[in-house]
Ligand binder design. Structure first.
Ligand code: RP5
Length: 167
């Protein structure tokens, strides 16, 4: 679907349908802000199962360090990908029109012991991007510095809003 610049992507953002992109783009925007190269693609556990298997098995060998996988409804993509790679997989439950995303959340969060998926909140793609950045940042001091600066900006923003409230 898209690549950030020409650099080797470190994070793979995949989703079950292009209809997930309005939600998942927050992960891409977060990584872009933090200067972390990523790729994004549609990979469906149900509609393109062969592609999913190829993608999951090849990801680590291509230099991907973290997979962010979003899906809605019967959201099997994050768990299936996690079963075919040792890379960390972050699952994003995408909210659909029916069931408020509870179905997506429960499909992703209740993994059997042995195959972990780090599940973020329903539509929590921005936090998925940040979590992926933290994983990269644990071995990359420059990324860790950018994350610290981001947290400081957030703190300042909260204080500015609080000050306006007090005025
Ligand atoms: C899931 O089915 C996708 O992740 C998406 O959230 C949902 C609906 O897909 P579309 O019918 O909009 O393509 O596999």
């Amino acid at each position: 679907m898209t690549d950030s610049a020409a650099a080797q992507p470190l994070v793979s953002i995949i989703m079950g349908s292009d209809s997930d992109w309005p939600t998942m783009r927050a992960a891409a925007e977060t990584l872009e802000q933090l200067g972390i190269p990523f790729e994004a693609d549609v990979v469906s556990a149900h509609r393109t199962p062969d592609k999913m298997v190829r993608y999951a098995r090849a990801a680590a060998g291509r230099g991907i360090r973290v997979v962010v996988a979003g899906a809605g409804g019967a959201a099997h993509l994050p768990g299936m990908v996690a079963s075919m790679t040792t890379l960390p997989v972050i699952g994003v439950p995408v909210q659909l029109a029916r069931l408020d995303g509870i179905d997506s959340l429960l499909s992703i969060v209740q993994m059997p012991a042995g195959i972990p998926v780090a599940t973020v909140a329903i539509n929590g793609a921005a936090n998925a991007g940040l979590l992926a950045a933290r994983i990269i940042g644990s071995a990359d001091p420059e990324v860790a510095e950018r994350l610290a600066a981001h947290a400081a900006e957030l703190e300042q923003l909260v204080e500015e809003k609080a000050a306006r409230l007090r005025d």
